[in-house]
Design a protein. Structure first.
Length: 125
């Protein structure tokens, strides 16, 4: 009985370990973007992060003229390109076809798991 119980425990542990996601959380990057003054006509900021194997998109609600530090976690690692668009619409209404009121010049950087980076994106009309 004791032998059967230990085999079952070992089998459950092996099954649990085999069911993980595609990319272990330890292999994900993190970045912060300082927003010093949100454009007065922007209600939503979309930041896209494109890597060679996968991409990530994050939407952030904005208040006119607001300042904050936006933290982005779960990002692809390796060389990635950050781009940003600001919209007059609320984030819930933003789609890929929505026209932006501001756009950010793309920034390329390297993301390494466990080493957060700070990104500056210059926004233009």
């Amino acid at each position: 009985m004791k032998f059967a119980r230990s085999r079952l425990s070992g089998a459950l542990l092996a099954l649990f370990c085999a069911c993980g996601g595609n990319e272990p959380e330890a292999d994900l990057g993190e970045a912060s973007v300082a927003l010093t003054s949100a454009p007065l006509d922007a209600a939503c900021l979309r930041i896209d992060v494109a890597g060679t194997k996968r991409s990530a998109e994050r939407l952030f609600d904005l208040g006119p003229g607001s300042s904050t530090i936006l933290t982005l976690a779960g990002l692809p690692t390796g060389e990635v390109v950050f781009s940003a668009d600001a919209f007059a619409l609320s984030c819930g209404a933003v789609t890929r076809a929505s026209p932006h009121t501001w756009y950010g010049v793309p920034v390329t950087t390297a993301l390494v798991a466990g080493q957060p980076v700070s990104i500056t994106i210059a926004m233009h009309r």
